[in-house]
Design a protein around this ligand. Structure first.
Ligand SMILES: C[S@@+](CC[C@H](N)C(=O)[O-])C[C@H]1O[C@@H](n2cnc3c(N)ncnc32)[C@H](O)[C@@H]1O
Length: 360
């Protein structure tokens, strides 16, 4: 089976699966009487989906990039597409076995366990896998909220499994956090960026946000719960605002927070759905953490796509952690890159598509 990452990374050291995925697969293949209804959680690039496709698993997808990777790996291995669903779906059947690669966000882990317990019989078994260096006792305490028996395996190639059985009767918890900021209330599903407060870089950006009356069509790129788009919609109520995020629960959260005839939500990980020369303004607090990996490759790809999607008079405004030093990369894409403001931690860039000195 050939599994690729399909995330355009150029870092050859990044692998499409880990020893934790291998251990999870091995543990399933060793079961003598295979369960009929299985669900797979957090299979980032499709290693488990492809290897277990013959068992017709239900695949719970959280990210558009994940879906694209899994589909490409299935196609490459000439496998048909299994049932996909999202982490808020109610299944049309009860699952008997769940294979779960533990996500970095333990709030997302709990949301997964909540969905599993709501869509299974008492006999459900959940096998969770993680690299031992990522272990947190909180994983176990979350599991113990939902299951009587929580057993850890021995370590194998620095990976470990935890098996959960004897499901408890637990009332359905509220899976949404509420955040108050600038006289507005924001709702967000567990696992969405910057859990209990509005991110400090985003706050800094909004304090320095520059809008022009001619900003008619605006994109909040990597929109999370939609806080940037919301602030803009309050200042420019007639603007057409698009929000785009790769994470399903972020898009669903933003739908709760930013609404209106002029507001459009997009679940995607690139800008291919937009025509060139569309936007007057793009704002972003771009992602650079991808689970346990840190990479500026994806934000740089997004900045390149922003250049194409901006109108000739358009502007991209970015807030970032200073140490990422995006300026070097931005200057290779945009003729004008200015620093709007900076403090000890954060920096705000304004990138113009067309230089006044060198008009297109
Ligand atoms: C730093 S957070 C910013 C969220 C929000 N704008 C805020 O300020 O709270 C980055 C966001 O990028 C999203 N993301 C990651 N990769 C992405 C991609 N390729 N395309 C679009 N969004 C992406 C993540 O899901 C996350 O919501």
């Amino acid at each position: 089976m050939k599994i690729n990452r399909h995330d355009t990374t150029q870092d050859q050291s990044l692998r499409p699966y880990s020893a934790a995925d291998e251990y999870l697969l091995k543990s399933f293949l060793e079961i003598e009487h295979k369960p009929k209804e299985i669900a797979i959680y957090h299979d980032r690039f499709g290693y488990l989906t492809c290897h277990l496709q013959e068992f017709h698993p239900t695949i719970v997808l959280t990210n558009k990039s994940q879906q694209k990777s899994i589909e490409q790996n299935l196609e490459k291995n000439q496998l048909t597409t299994p049932t996909f669903c999202n982490p808020l779906s109610t299944f049309d059947h009860k699952i008997e076995w769940a294979l779960l690669k533990v996500p970095k966000s333990l709030a997302l882990l709990e949301l997964f366990l909540q969905q599993i317990t709501q869509n299974s019989n008492k006999e459900i078994t959940v096998v969770m896998a993680f690299m031992t260096r990522h272990f947190s006792p909180k994983m176990v305490s979350i599991a113990e909220k939902y299951f009587e028996v929580v057993e850890q395996s021995r370590a194998l190639k620095k990976a470990r499994l935890v098996t959960l059985t004897n499901k408890k009767q637990v009332a359905k918890p509220a899976i949404i956090d509420v955040i108050k900021y600038n006289n507005q209330t924001y709702q967000q599903y567990w696992g969405v960026f910057s859990a209990k407060h509005i991110d400090y870089a985003t706050q800094y950006f909004l304090e320095n946000l520059e809008l022009k009356p001619s900003d008619h069509t605006i994109l909040d790129l990597a929109s999370g719960n939609g806080v940037m788009a919301k602030a803009i919609s309050l200042k420019l109520p007639n603007a057409k605002i698009h929000l785009l995020d790769d994470f399903y629960l972020a898009v669903e959260s933003a739908k709760l927070n930013v609404q209106g005839e002029n507001v459009h939500h997009h679940y995607n990980n690139d800008l291919s759905i937009f025509e060139d020369n569309t936007f007057d303004l793009i704002v972003t607090n771009p992602p650079f953490h991808f689970e346990y990996e840190i990479s500026i490759h994806i934000p740089i790809q997004l900045f390149k796509a922003c250049f194409d999607c901006l109108k000739p008079t358009g502007c991209l405004q970015i807030v970032a952690n200073k140490h990422l030093n995006y300026a070097t990369h931005l200057k290779r894409i945009f003729p004008i890159v200015e620093v709007v403001d900076q403090n000890d931690k954060f920096i705000i860039y304004r990138c113009l598509k067309r230089s006044e000195l060198f008009p297109n």
